[in-house]
Write a protein that binds this ligand. Structure first.
Ligand SMILES: Cc1ncc(COP(=O)(O)O)c(C=O)c1O
Length: 397
């Protein structure tokens, strides 16, 4: 049978990146004691109130089709109010589209802005799904190197160098996965100036906005001069430890939302009313969850830093998020070799190269397991690092 080319463009995409993770799962299932620090998802449940609002909404009959439009009216108002307060401009329901998570918002946004022959600029390293989203639209990814010497903050000069006449969109991610970097206002202004000159859209994945340890969050959407070309994407997945609810949104110019609405409706046929109700609650009522996660992940990042002190490995303290990168290059090996060697010693970490060539010398450690497991993993990592100069690490299948 024949299939459309999207299935070829996405076939097998990125599966090699997760090889260490899948092998770790296989060994764990076979009874090996593996400390799994590969993937990250908030490790506390959503707060009770949120679950109550959701179940009450279901019992109250909010289980039918949504009424269409960009979002349930109360949710659209709640999202617009959040972004009005943040940007200092009045945003309304016309600036909002609700989606099942940042991921779907990203998919629909790129579908609406790029197509065959176009290029989408993405900082390298980058979040694992970006390449697939861009390829799905028929466009290709144009990498902008993020350098460890700039703490992986995108530099305007690097962006400028990467731009070709085919570029349509700059896809930013701040706070950033996997590096934990938060772009400053000045950096965004400088990147935005380049985008204005080249008439590029700026799509910013801001899903870690609430998980900031250090520094202040600024979005391209917050800058008046970038508002007409900026789209902010986010969700309650991280802020409210609720990824399974699949509740996110895109906020941007009214014309963008109007153009994208048919794309969204064709995909989704409206949003789920009970999810809209719990998301409205999440956005309008105070929640302890983000505070708990912030404190927990920051503390665990400190556990990693302390646990690796005295080893030749260099942790890069994140400013936000759920991960910490560690530079392993002092051992004369890359992150991939290191990750396979550590798997043989009962610790599963992600090779930095899974997120792009610029993170090749790093491993990414997830901070979403208990402190004592992280501390034990660091003991094993340090012990390996101490012997690694004499021992030749073996790469497993
Ligand atoms: C950078 C980044 N963007 C998007 C997502 C997916 O977010 P959502 O659950 O809102 O689709 C993740 C999940 O880990 C992420 O790390």
């Amino acid at each position: 049978m024949r299939y459309a080319s999207i299935t070829d463009r996405l076939r097998g995409l990125g599966s090699g990146k997760w090889a260490v993770h899948f092998e770790a799962r296989r060994r764990a299932d076979a009874g090996e004691g593996i400390i799994e620090l590969t993937i990250g998802e908030p490790d506390i449940p959503p707060e009770e109130n949120l679950l109550d609002v959701c179940t009450e909404a279901m019992h109250a009959g909010r289980t039918g089709y949504g009424i269409g439009g960009g979002a349930d009216p109360a949710l659209a108002d709640a999202i617009a109010a959040k972004y009005s307060a943040r940007t200092g401009r009045t945003l309304t329901a016309a600036n909002v589209l609700a989606f099942p998570g940042t991921q779907t918002a990203l998919y629909a946004s790129i579908m609406g802005l790029a197509e065959k022959g176009d290029e989408v600029l993405v900082g390298d390293p980058y979040y694992a799904t970006y390449e697939g989203v861009i390829r799905a639209a028929g466009a290709s990814m144009r990498k902008v190197p993020l350098h460890a010497r700039h703490a992986f903050h995108m530099q305007a000069a690097d962006l400028e160098r990467a731009i070709t006449p085919r570029c349509r969109v700059l896809l930013l991610n701040s706070p950033h996965n996997p590096t934990g970097a938060i772009l400053t206002r000045d950096e965004i202004a400088a990147l935005g100036e380049v985008c204005r000159r080249h008439d590029l859209w700026i799509v910013c994945d801001e899903v870690y906005e609430e998980l900031i340890f250090e520094g202040r969050f600024v979005s391209p959407l917050d800058l008046d001069e970038l508002a007409e070309r900026s789209i902010a994407l986010s969700s309650i997945s991280k802020s409210h430890a609720a990824p399974g609810f699949r509740s996110g949104w895109a906020v941007g110019p009214a014309e963008f939302c109007e153009r994208l609405l048919p794309v969204s409706e064709t995909m989704l046929f409206g949003n789920q009313p009970f999810i809209a109700d719990m998301t409205t609650y999440a956005l309008t009522e105070p929640s302890p969850t983000a505070d708990i996660l912030r404190t927990t992940y920051r503390r665990r990042a400190d556990v990693v830093t302390a646990g690796l002190a005295g080893s030749p490995l260099v942790p890069l303290m994140p400013d936000a998020g759920m991960f910490i990168l560690v530079d392993v290059s002092a051992l004369g090996m890359d992150g991939e070799t290191f990750a396979w060697a550590m798997l043989d010693r009962g610790v599963a970490v992600m090779p930095g190269g899974a997120f792009g060539a610029q993170a090749r010398d790093f491993i990414r450690i997830s901070l979403t397991v208990p402190d004592e497991d992280i501390a034990e993993a660091c003991r094993r990592i340090s012990a390996f690092a101490a012997t690694a100069s004499t021992e030749r690490p073996r790469k497993s299948a």
